[in-house]
Design a binder for this molecule. Structure first.
Ligand code: ATP
Length: 267
């Protein structure tokens, strides 16, 4: 990893095994961006085009960032996570250049997964910053995606949004974000697996994953994580007395559900 870039470049240690559910999303990411990277010649032999990014959309907290990070971990790639609003904020400080620098950093540190959140902030009616600024950033972004003057081989781009209908249609053309995948709220089986993943390595007693999954209807992955965090805080307090970690139980976790607001309700 080159030193100047170390603040934005990460090397994720998680992989697809750390992502609960999302089987379809994993499969699409694998076929569309991982396999082409590993089996370039095979794709070429069949005349199959490679390149282009994937756009993930769906309710907040359901694992878009998480799976992007895990994608990098799967192939031992570097990872850059950037929000469009950060890029727009940098506008006065010359955001085109910054966007270019982000992509250049990725190109110097291949393979690299670039995850760009809040793509809808560049939508036609979205930005309240002046229209020209928005347009300039869009054009810069498109040329970085197209790799016109640069080599995007080994650059995997994943975008995310909660509001795909605002996205500028130019982003959806072939070779850009030409695949769009819905990241749904986790169903019961997925919630079970998320509980299992998030509890891994923690002091646990008797945990009934099926019951947790059943009672956490409409929870996002992030909700599951915070319910466990709340339960852990309580256990920590109990453990201070003798310095021995007290195991988490099913009940400890279910107790926190009352304080939680299931955040995927509207979806
Ligand atoms: P936002 O739209 O708010 O950015 P997001 O879809 O990117 O949301 P994440 O940031 O990926 O959501 O999820 C938040 C946290 O919830 C993750 O860091 C992870 O700990 C947990 N989480 C979410 N989904 C899953 C999942 N499928 N498996 C395991 N953990 C998950």
């Amino acid at each position: 990893i080159d030193e100047d870039a170390s603040s934005i470049l990460k090397k994720p240690t998680i992989n697809f095994n750390d992502v609960g559910g999302m089987d379809k999303v994993k499969e699409e990411i694998d076929l569309k961006i991982i396999k082409p990277l590993i089996h370039k010649d095979l794709y070429k032999a069949y005349g199959k085009k490679i390149g282009g990014g994937i756009l993930l959309y769906g309710p907040p907290g359901c694992g878009k960032t998480h799976i992007a990070k895990a994608t990098a971990g799967e192939i031992n790639a570097n990872f850059i996570n950037i929000g469009i609003n950060d890029i727009l904020d940098m506008w006065l400080g010359n955001s085109e250049k910054n966007l270019h620098e982000i992509f250049e950093t990725a190109r110097r540190n291949k393979p690299c997964v670039i995850f760009i959140d809040e793509i809808d902030a560049l939508g036609a009616n979205r930005n309240d910053i002046n229209k020209t600024a928005g347009r300039t950033v869009i054009n810069q972004f498109l040329s970085e995606l197209d790799g016109i003057e640069s080599d995007n081989d080994g650059i995997l781009v994943l975008g995310a949004t909660n509001a795909p209908w605002y996205i500028d249609p130019a982003f959806r053309r072939p070779g850009r974000f030409d695949r769009i995948i819905f990241v749904s709220p986790p169903d019961e089986i997925s919630r079970k697996s998320i509980f299992n993943i998030e509890l891994k390595g923690k002091p646990i007693g008797n945990i009934d994953l099926d019951e947790l999954a059943k009672k956490s209807k409409e929870f996002s992955g992030a909700d599951i994580k915070s319910s466990i965090d709340i339960a852990i805080e309580q256990k920590l307090k109990e453990s201070f007395k003798d310095g021995v970690p007290k195991p988490l139980s099913t009940k400890d976790i279910i107790k926190t559900f009352k304080k939680m607001k299931a955040s995927t309700k509207e979806w």
